[in-house]
Design a protein around this ligand. Sequence first.
Ligand code: LLP
Length: 449
Amino acid sequence: MLLGTQRVNERGHLEIGGCDVVDLARRFGTPLYIMDEAAIRENCRRYREAFGSRYPGVKVAYASKAFLCTAMAKIVEQEGLWMDVASGGELYTARVAAFPAERLVFHGNNKSEGELQEALDYGVGRIVVDSMEELERLSRLATDAGKTADILLRCTPGIDPHTHRRIRTGQEDTKFGLGVKSGAALKAIQRARELPGIHFRGVHCHIGSQLLNADTHLEAIEIMAGFLRTIRDETGQTVEEMNIGGGLGIRYLPEHRPPSIEEFAEALTGEVKRRCEEYGVDLPQLGLEPGRSLVGECGTTVYEIGVIKDVPIAEEPGRRLYVSIDGGMSDNPRPQLYDAVYHCLLANRAGEVDSTVVTIAGKHCETDLMIQDTKIPMPQAGDLLAVQSTGAYNQSMASNYNRLTRPPVVLVSGGHADLIVERETYADLVAQDRIPERLKAEAREPVAV
Ligand code: LLP
């Protein structure tokens, strides 16, 4: 499986964005996150064109939780997309990159007063209100600041997408949003229309992530279009915007077949038009918030292989080859959290036949298996392992577990490679640590042994 601009070059090495991955590993060290700029930009354009050519009034917002740094915010801005931020920290990053405030969508089920204030100060384009409490609080803060907040109301359509239980959000039993079926969402809209400092612009829903067909999105659209009619009938208000979140899946394995962005656009825009006509409501502007499907396949992580252990086991085939890499669950926690699967290849021997079944293990002090029973050429210590489709929810979810330093991110394009996130140093690891006076050696009686 080769993704984006990946190819195998004359030296038999994996190449991304015109850069030889073996050279990148030598120059920047391992583990290393590599982001394929041309592939990211192409996905941004495909989203805009696929939806824009099929539907009047589309806003595509990149869900920055998937991967964010200031350079990424610049790319999103240049491609003309909106951006979804879901915390004060993501908002701050957008601000530092001078991302246009009016193209920001601010999310969160428990935004603090400080975060709401920051969003109002910067003048974000949309605040997605997630609860009654937040609605009242935002009204007060906006009124005090002499501002009006443009809001969408996060709704739960009450459907259950078939994806990992930890990345499901559309069902009734969720911490997110307000229920359509229970009437809670309608009540909040009625309240939003009365409150000062609030301009109700529309509704929002996000049903889940890594969805490999559009079925649940279509179900959500039917429910939301019906809700647009209820809103109109009950309040007289025509809803300007309907945002249906993100969720489109990607290829983690060669056999994964998610819909293309164009197929996804065709299915969704067709359904919105059909259902709005059926329910007799005006077509709202359509909002989307892709995260994974914009950047997931555009990222590759490169590790160096170290210890290889041939372990006898009771089950067939009687042995397991554990191949340890110099990273693990700190740079990619997804296998541990969601039983996520990945595909890998040897970056320095990319042209060779996959002959050996191996289990890729991380270097943490627990059983952090990254890929189980995958086939690669018989590996040796010093080989470079490239794990594909790591562009979303890897770097953004990385930790310092076992006090590993977080890897750098390099952006590659047209044979150029630029560091966009530096590797953390040991000094970074202790930069926030403080030793209270009373623990300092001078101030302490030695413990008798
Ligand atoms: N909009 C909202 C409101 C969201 O909560 C999310 C993702 C998205 C958009 C983008 O969804 P996407 O297009 O990426 O599926 N850490 C998990 C994924 C959590 C997704 C959370 N929300 C993972 O690694 O699989």
